[in-house]
Design a protein around this ligand. Structure first.
Ligand SMILES: *[C@@H]1O[C@H](CO)[C@@H](O)[C@H](O)[C@H]1NC(C)=O
Ligand SMILES: *[C@@H]1O[C@H](CO)[C@@H](O)[C@H](O)[C@H]1NC(C)=O
Length: 173
């Protein structure tokens, strides 16, 4: 009898500890959703960063991305500046999906993407000539800031223009 109670207690504590751990992990990973989304309270620095067509139409973390042309629908910064997104809290992440402005066929940009935690930065992507959507996978890590650096502008001008960016934890395998 005592033995059975002991087993029951053991398995119960096992179950709940694991469940609590899973719950904590899930929360730390932003419930596996996009943590850049504007529904979160994230801060896109307005220092060096501009919103073409008004912030509602152009923030790179908005939901509605259908209304985009040469003058509306993207967040941009000048050459050698960065677009910085500070997360409201830390998350464990491993994936960023980003759409660089690509509304004409032969435009290409030179840029880098960094993630950081407590000001320690790690380069997760760079390309000297890219436009369109890229999905970036990096090793699981805590993130409190994402920085997109305009290293060379585009073949048209010095700006770096971004239609949409997302960051989340994906369970690969
Ligand atoms: C950008 O940085 C490069 C390398 O440091 C420099 O040569 C160039 O003059 C800078 N351009 C602008 C517009 O700041
Ligand atoms: C950079 O972008 C080009 C497409 O423009 C692609 O072919 C190449 O693989 C990219 N490089 C990296 C390092 O992702």
């Amino acid at each position: 009898m005592i033995f059975q109670v002991l087993i029951l207690t053991l398995s119960l504590s096992d179950c709940c500890t694991i469940n609590q751990l899973q719950k904590k992990t899930r929360i730390l990973r932003g419930n596996y959703k996009d943590v850049l989304n504007f529904h979160q309270i994230n801060l896109i620095s307005t220092k060096n960063t501009y919103f073409n067509g008004g912030q509602m139409n152009s923030q790179l973390n908005r939901d509605v991305i259908y209304y985009v042309n040469g003058g509306i629908g993207y967040t941009f910064c000048y050459l050698n500046d960065s677009i910085e997104i500070s997360l409201f809290k830390k998350y464990e992440l491993n994936t960023i999906v980003i759409q660089i402005w690509d509304r004409v066929v032969d435009v290409f940009y030179n840029f880098q993407i960094y993630v950081s935690f407590l000001d320690e930065e790690k380069l997760v992507y760079e390309n000297t000539s890219f436009a369109g959507v890229v999905r970036i996978r990096f090793a699981d890590q805590l993130v409190d800031k994402v920085r997109i650096y305009n290293r060379g502008g585009s073949n048209y001008n010095g700006y770096l223009s971004i239609i949409k960016a997302q960051a989340f934890y994906h369970r690969y395998n």
